[in-house]
Design a protein around this ligand. Structure first.
Ligand code: AMP
Ligand code: MG
Length: 483
C-alpha cells in the first residue's frame, strides 16, 4: 500500500456516512506536495510526487486500502440550524497512524459530488485550494493547532463561480473531521444510540483519558471545552479571524478547521471582520471567544441524553462544565498577551495594561503584527523609530512606550516575546497575489509564500517584503469563501 491506511470511521454504522468514490478530473497536475507531512504519515514523498501519487490526490484513482466516504454532519450556520449539511465536496479516503503514533484523516476536497452536495458541484476553485494550503501550513508553523495541507492539485477543469475559473483538489490532513455539527446531526434525529457510538468514538480517538472518568461524557465535554479555551486565545494573539465559526467548522479535536474567508487582522480593531458573508460581524476578531462558548453550548446540548437520564441533572452538569470556559480562556489570553508584551503574567496590573494597550493602538490604526514585532526589537535594545512610526500620533506612541517601560521586563522575557510575536504572517494581500498569479498559471508567488511561512519567527533578508503591511492600493478589505 502506497498509503498505510488503517480505517476506523468507515466501520461505524452506515448512518454516519455515504460510501462515495471521487469523480476523476480531466488533466491533473501537481502544484505542491508537502514532503515533510508525507514522511510523518508514512507516505513516500517521491511516490506522492509521481504520476501515480498525483492520480490519487486528484481523485482519479482510489488507492489500495482506502475506504472512501463522505461524512454526515449538521450545523448552525450564522446561528441558523441546518439539520443536514455533510461533506458536499469532500471525500475521506481513509486514516493512517503516523510515525508520531497519532491517527490522521486524509481527505480530498473538491473531488466531486456526494449525496450531501445539494445544489453544489462538489468541486473547488483553485483559489480556495491555494488559500487553504498557505494559511493552514502557516498556522502549523506558527504553532497553532490546525488541519494540514498534504497536496494541491490543479484539475485541468473549469468550475463555475463568478464566471468560469480553474479548479483544483486539495488534500487535507486532520486528526479527525469530527465536528460539533457531527454530534448535532444525530441529536437532531434524537438518535441516542448513534450519539453514544459517536461520543465513545471521539473519546477513544481524541481524549482517551476521558473514558476512565466517573462520567465519560462530562469528561469529553470538559476536554473539548479545554481544547477550545486553548485554541481561541492563540488565534486572538496572532490576529487570526476564522471568519466562519459555524458549529460544523468547530472541530472536536480543537484543531482550526475550514480556511474559507479567514484573514489575519492588519490594523488592530476588536470588531475587525473581512468575510464578505459576515454582514453582522458575528465572527469578528473580538467576538471569537463568545462564539466559541456558544458553539460549546450547542455541543453540550447534544450530550445531555448521555450525561444523565435525568434531564435537569444533565443540564446542571453541562452548565458547570461550560462555566469553566471563560476562566480557562482568560488564563490563556493573559498568558499569550503577557508574553507578546514582555510582561510578567502574575503582576497585578498586567491584565489592565493589556487592555489599555489594545484600546490605545486601535484608534491609532496600528498594524497588529508589526506593532508586536517592532516592540520585540525595542525590547532587544533597538531604536524605537519603526515602532513609533506605526502610530498616527508619534506622541501617543511615545507616551505608551514610556508606560510600557515601567511595566515590562524585556531582559528576562525577550525569548517569550520572540516566540509570541511572528515576523511573518500570511498577509491578506500576499495571499491574494499568490492566488491571482496561480490563476494565471504562475505558482511562483504561492511557493515563495509557503516557503517563507515555514519560518514565521525568523529574521530573513530574503522575505523582508512579505513582512510589510499592504500599501493602500494593495489592501484587501474583503475575503470570500469562494466555494
Ligand atoms: P463550508 O462553508 O465550507 O463550511 O461548507 C458548508 C457546507 O456547504 C458543507 O456541507 C459543504 O460540503 C457544502 N459545500 C460547500 N461548497 C460546496 C460545493 N462546491 N459543492 C457541494 N457542496 C459544497
Ligand atoms: Mg465547513
Amino acid at each position: 500500500m502506497a498509503i498505510p491506511f488503517d480505517n476506523t470511521y468507515a466501520r461505524l454504522p452506515a448512518s454516519f456516512y455515504a460510501v462515495q468514490t471521487p469523480t476523476p478530473v480531466d488533466a491533473p497536475e501537481l502544484i505542491r506536495a508537502n514532503r515533510e507531512l508525507a514522511k510523518l504519515l508514512g507516505i513516500d514523498p517521491e511516490w506522492l510526487e509521481s504520476t501515480a501519487g498525483v492520480q490519487v490526490f486528484a481523485g482519479n484513482r482510489v488507492p489500495d486500502g482506502a475506504a472512501p466516504i463522505s461524512q454526515a454532519y449538521a450545523g448552525h450556520q450564522f446561528a441558523h440550524f441546518v439539520p443536514q449539511l455533510g461533506d458536499g465536496r469532500a471525500i475521506l479516503l481513509g486514516e493512517v497512524v503516523a510515525t508520531d503514533d497519532s491517527r490522521y484523516d486524509i481527505q480530498l476536497k473538491g473531488s466531486g459530488p456526494t449525496p450531501w452536495s445539494r445544489r453544489g458541484d462538489g468541486r473547488s476553485a483553485l483559489g480556495p485550494v491555494l488559500r487553504e494550503y498557505i494559511v493552514s501550513e502557516a498556522m502549523q508553523a506558527l504553532g497553532v493547532s490546525t488541519t494540514r495541507a498534504l497536496a494541491a492539485v490543479a484539475s485541468g477543469e473549469k468550475v463555475l463561480r463568478e464566471g468560469m475559473v480553474a479548479g483544483g483538489v486539495f488534500t487535507r490532513v486532520a486528526s479527525s473531521h469530527l465536528r460539533v455539527g457531527t454530534f448535532q446531526y444525530f441529536a437532531a434525529r434524537e438518535d441516542d444510540d448513534a450519539l453514544r457510538t459517536l461520543a465513545d468514538y471521539a473519546t477513544a480517538r481524541h481524549y482517551p483519558a476521558a473514558a476512565e472518568a466517573g462520567n465519560p461524557y462530562v469528561a469529553l465535554l470538559d476536554a473539548v471545552i479545554a481544547a477550545q479555551a486553548e485554541l481561541i486565545p492563540h488565534w486572538l494573539s496572532l490576529g487570526f479571524i476564522h471568519g466562519v465559526m459555524n458549529t460544523d467548522n468547530c472541530a472536536i479535536s480543537g484543531e482550526t478547521i475550514d480556511y474559507g474567508p479567514c484573514a489575519f487582522m492588519e490594523q488592530f480593531h476588536p470588531q475587525c471582520v473581512y468575510s464578505s458573508i459576515d454582514r453582522q460581524g458575528r465572527y469578528a476578531w473580538g467576538n471569537q471567544p463568545q462564539i466559541a462558548q456558544w458553539n460549546l453550548t450547542r455541543f453540550a446540548e447534544t450530550l445531555l441524553p448521555l450525561i444523565d437520564p435525568d434531564k435537569d441533572a444533565a443540564i446542571k452538569q453541562a452548565e458547570e462544565s461550560l462555566a469553566a470556559f471563560p476562566q480557562q480562556f482568560h488564563r490563556g489570553y493573559l498568558d499569550r498577551f503577557a508574553a507578546k508584551l514582555g510582561l510578567p503574567r502574575d503582576q497585578e496590573q498586567t491584565p489592565d495594561f493589556i487592555k489599555a494597550t489594545l484600546e490605545k493602538i486601535g484608534p491609532q490604526q496600528v498594524d497588529f503584527t508589526l506593532f508586536f514585532r517592532h516592540l520585540t526589537r525595542v525590547a532587544a535594545g533597538e531604536d524605537p523609530a519603526e515602532l513609533l512610526a506605526l502610530w498616527n500620533s508619534e506622541t501617543a506612541g511615545r507616551d505608551w512606550l514610556e508606560d510600557w517601560r515601567t511595566q515590562a521586563d524585556p531582559t528576562t522575557r525577550l525569548d517569550d516575546m520572540r516566540a509570541a510575536n511572528p515576523i511573518l504572517i500570511p498577509r491578506n494581500h500576499r495571499v491574494e497575489q499568490a492566488i491571482e498569479a496561480g490563476y494565471k498559471g504562475d505558482f511562483g508567488p504561492f511557493h515563495r509564500l509557503v516557503d517563507a511561512l515555514t519560518q514565521p519567527f525568523a529574521e530573513s533578508a530574503d522575505y523582508r517584503d512579505l513582512e510589510a503591511a499592504a500599501r493602500p492600493e494593495e489592501r484587501v478589505t474583503e475575503t470570500f469563501c469562494g466555494t
